[in-house]
Ligand binder design. Structure first.
Ligand SMILES: [Zn+2]
Length: 406
């Protein structure tokens, strides 16, 4: 049987890899970027500094009319947490009720959140349970439970493949804490690096990756270990003065995407592929560090992030498939606004928020859906949203993690 190994020789030095240009390849599927000669002052990215790394969708492909208005939202009546669908579901919160848009386009109430007003939602990998903020879970039976994590710990992630557990680095200490998703008192410190800022479960569930400071004396990097933190292994040595800030596995589990931040404020988005130990530079950002790294759980290779230039101007960017050519801007047509990726739906569709910088971070926003054919507004006045997508097929990481340093 052919088995992939995560051997010690998989470690690489980013110094040389980062100096090389991004690989070029054909985007999948093909995109329709706007003409570069667009000169209208109503350009969606009019206030976004031009780094040469983004392309907006053509204005003609933007549907400004919202699919739903508040009048379409049933503000009372029963709520039913219907099972997840393979087609995926747009979900959002208005006035402490969770709504979902079914595949046939109908809007239904999924749950009364009983006064909770989350600003952050995250569905489990199989789509049956929801984190209503990092501190509370909505279970499949409709009941609520405490997760044991702080309400502001948005680095919380579900375990895979089914979401039986949760992991998050503690903001204060960088320790990685694992908890049983259904018994928050069942808690384990599974740290295998120091000052961990981001952690991700491999889709098959047997490994965890983190960004942090190695315990091998070689400084910051990206590390993989068992799901109990054993047999830690460095998969990259970063040049001095740089650090990794966020990590996320591709939906297949065959590669790992991570943010590489440099001391001068520039950064890279990299993809490390385990089978052949190759490192790609997906994006080179001269003056900002991506945040909100969001990898599709259903379409291989799709990745999105927030590109922020100030507290009042950020942009959602994305790359599809194995494209490393041009990051696409997935913003609403609003002129000055903050936009972030929220989550991926099947069919290369990305939910994004759009809110005025005058509105507080916990205020209401416009919910938009980007797809390879354009942008459309879903609804205004949302206080939280999430993509309810059932994780697609993945491969085991058949690594032999026996020669690490943990
Ligand atoms: Zn780099």
């Amino acid at each position: 049987m052919k088995r992939r190994r995560l051997a010690m020789c998989a470690a690489f030095v980013l110094l040389s890899a980062c100096a090389s240009s991004p690989r070029t390849s054909s985007p999948l599927p093909s995109l329709s970027p706007a003409p570069a000669s667009s000169s209208t002052t109503s350009s969606p990215q009019a206030s976004t500094p031009d780094t040469g790394s983004g392309t907006s969708v053509a204005t003609s492909e933007i549907a400004n009319a919202a699919r739903f208005t508040l009048a379409d939202v049933p503000s009372n009546g029963p709520c039913v947490l219907a099972p997840p669908s393979a087609a995926g579901q747009i979900t959002f919160v208005i006035a402490s009720r969770l709504y979902g848009v079914a595949a046939d386009g109908t809007l239904q109430c999924l749950a009364d959140l009983q006064g909770l007003s989350p600003t952050w939602l995250r569905w489990s990998p199989n789509g049956d349970e929801l984190l209503v903020g990092p501190d509370t879970m909505l279970r499949a039976d409709g009941s609520f439970a405490s997760t044991g994590y702080f309400a502001n710990n948005i680095n919380l992630r579900w375990s895979s493949p089914t979401g039986k557990a949760l992991i998050a680095p503690k903001a204060a200490t960088g320790q990685l804490i694992w908890r049983d998703a259904h018994d928050s008192t069942n808690r384990i410190d599974v740290s295998f690096a120091d000052n961990i800022t981001s952690a991700a479960y491999h889709p098959a569930g047997k490994h965890i990756a983190v960004a942090g400071i190695g315990r091998d004396g070689q400084g910051p990097g990206v590390f993989v270990a068992s799901n109990r933190g054993a047999n830690a292994q460095r998969i990259g040595t970063l040049e001095a003065g740089t650090t990794a800030t966020e990590v996320a596995f591709d939906m297949t589990g065959d590669s790992l995407v991570f943010v590489h931040q440099h001391a001068d404020g520039s950064s890279h988005l990299h993809r490390y592929t385990f089978a052949n130990s190759t490192l790609l530079t997906l994006a080179e950002l001269p003056d900002t560090t991506p945040t909100q790294l969001t990898v599709s759980p259903v379409d291989e290779g799709d990745v999105a992030w927030t590109q922020s230039y100030s507290t009042v101007n950020s942009s959602a960017r994305l790359l599809l498939g194995d494209s490393t050519t041009t990051a696409v801007v997935a913003n609403s047509p609003e002129g000055d606004h903050i936009s972030d990726p929220i989550g991926w739906l099947p069919g290369h569709r990305l939910l994004v928020n759009s809110r005025s910088p005058a509105v507080a971070a916990d205020g209401a926003f416009e919910l938009w859906e980007w797809s390879p054919t354009g942008m459309s507004k879903v609804i205004d006045g949302v206080t939280a949203a999430a993509a309810r997508s059932v994780h697609g097929q993945y491969n085991e990481l058949t690594a032999i993690l026996g020669s690490g340093f943990g």
